[in-house]
Design a binder for this molecule. Structure first.
Ligand SMILES: [Zn+2]
Length: 331
C-alpha cells in the first residue's frame, strides 16, 4: 500500500468506524427486540397488499430503479432517489427522500456502503418497511475488499454483469411477499431479465476481447471498475479511491500520469458522476512528460445511468454505452 493510500485510509476510517459501530449496534438491538417481542423471523418483510394494488417502491441508484422496474413491470411504481449523474457516495437524503423511504411498501438499495451517507436511514426504515440490500446474495468470496476502508467491500458490483444477476432474486422474493397474487409474473420477469443479463455478459466479454491485450488499461476518476477489470481482464486504475469522499493529492495525479506514460495509454476516461478535474490534471501531467493522452469523447457511466432518451437510462444501456466508449477510445 502506498503512502498516499495510507493517508486516505487514516482520514476516513475514524468516521467510518463510527458508522460501522452504529450499524452493528442497531442490528444487535433490532435482533434483541425481535427476540424479546417473540415476533416472527419474517419481521420487516411487510404485509401483503391487496390483489392488483401496485407496490410502491423507493430505490436508490438508477441501476436499482431499473432492476426493480424490470422485475416488477406494471405491478410496481418506483421512485428513484438518485437521478442520472448523481454520486451515491456523497448523496444526502432530502426531506422528500426521507418521506419516500418511510411511505414505501419496500425499499431497495445497493448496500456495501455505496450509499455511505444513508446508512442510518436504512436502519430506521427497516424498522417499519421491508428494506432490501440488493447485493445480499453476492457470494462473499466474490466480493473485492475495499482498498480504502478496512473490513469493507468494494460496492461497485454492477460492472460484473454476471455478478449483478444475483440481485434479481432478492427483488423477486420481496415483491412476491408483498403481492403473492403476482408471484408468477415476478418470477417469470426475473428469469427473463437474468437471461438478458447473461447475454449482455457474453457480449461484454466478446467486445473487450477485441481490444489488443496491451491496450486494456482503463484510467478513470475513481475506482468504480475493479469488478469490471477482474471479470473482463482489464487493468483498471482510479485516481480517487473506491469512494469519491477522499481527495486526490498531487502525488496520486503524478503516479497515475507515470502509469499512463509508461504504458503509452492512448486515452483516459471522465465519469458522469465525478467532476473531471483530476482526469484533466493527469492528461496535463502526461503531456508534460511528452505523452499526448486523449480524454475519451464520451463520459463513462460509473455510479449512475444516463438521462432519459440517452439510451443509457437502463442498466443494460449504460453497460453497452460504456463498452462502446472504451473500445472506441482504446482501439
Ligand atoms: Zn463509486
Amino acid at each position: 500500500m502506498s503512502a498516499r493510500t495510507v493517508g486516505r485510509v487514516r482520514a476516513i476510517s475514524a468516521m467510518d468506524l463510527r458508522l460501522f459501530l452504529k450499524v452493528s449496534l442497531a442490528g444487535v438491538l433490532a435482533a434483541a427486540l425481535a427476540v424479546g417481542c417473540g415476533g416472527d423471523s419474517e419481521e420487516g418483510s411487510g404485509e401483503a397488499l391487496a390483489e392488483g394494488q401496485p407496490v410502491q417502491v423507493t430505490a436508490t441508484t438508477t441501476m436499482i430503479t431499473d432492476l426493480v422496474e424490470q422485475v416488477g413491470g406494471d405491478e410496481v411504481e418506483v421512485t428513484g432517489l438518485m437521478g442520472p449523474g448523481v454520486d451515491p457516495h456523497t448523496y444526502r437524503a432530502s426531506q422528500g427522500d426521507v418521506q419516500a423511504l418511510q411511505e414505501a411498501d419496500a425499499v431497495f438499495y445497493n448496500g456495501l456502503f455505496l450509499e455511505g451517507q444513508m446508512q442510518d436511514l436504512f436502519i430506521d426504515t427497516a424498522e417499519q418497511n421491508p428494506t432490501v440490500q440488493v447485493t445480499e446474495a453476492v457470494p462473499e468470496e466474490q466480493l473485492l475488499e475495499s482498498e480504502d476502508y478496512e473490513d469493507q467491500f468494494d460496492p461497485h458490483v454492477w460492472f460484473d454483469v454476471e455478478m449483478w444477476q444475483t440481485t434479481v432474486d432478492p427483488v423477486v422474493k420481496q415483491l412476491s411477499e408483498l403481492r403473492p397474487d403476482a408471484e408468477e409474473d415476478f418470477q417469470q420477469r426475473g428469469e427473463e431479465y437474468r437471461q438478458e443479463l447473461e447475454e449482455l455478459h457474453s457480449e461484454v466479454e466478446e467486445e473487450i476481447s477485441s481490444i489488443p491485450e496491451e491496450d486494456r488499461v482503463m484510467v478513470t476518476a475513481h475506482d468504480a471498475f475493479r469488478y469490471f477489470g477482474e471479470q473482463y481482464g482489464m487493468q483498471v486504475e482510479g485516481i480517487e479511491g473506491i469512494s469519491t469522499e477522499g481527495e486526490a493529492g498531487s502525488g496520486d495525479i503524478q503516479e497515475v500520469a507515470d502509469l499512463v506514460v509508461e504504458n503509452e495509454v492512448p486515452a483516459i476516461f471522465v465519469e458522469g458522476s465525478v467532476p473531471p478535474q483530476n482526469i484533466e490534471a493527469v492528461q496535463a501531467a502526461a503531456q508534460d512528460r511528452g505523452w499526448d493522452v486523449q480524454i475519451a469523447d464520451e463520459e463513462l457511466y460509473s455510479d449512475a445511468g444516463g438521462e432519459e432518451g440517452s439510451g443509457a437510462e437502463t442498466y443494460e444501456g449504460m453497460v453497452r454505452a460504456n463498452i462502446e466508449t472504451i473500445r472506441g477510445a482504446l482501439t
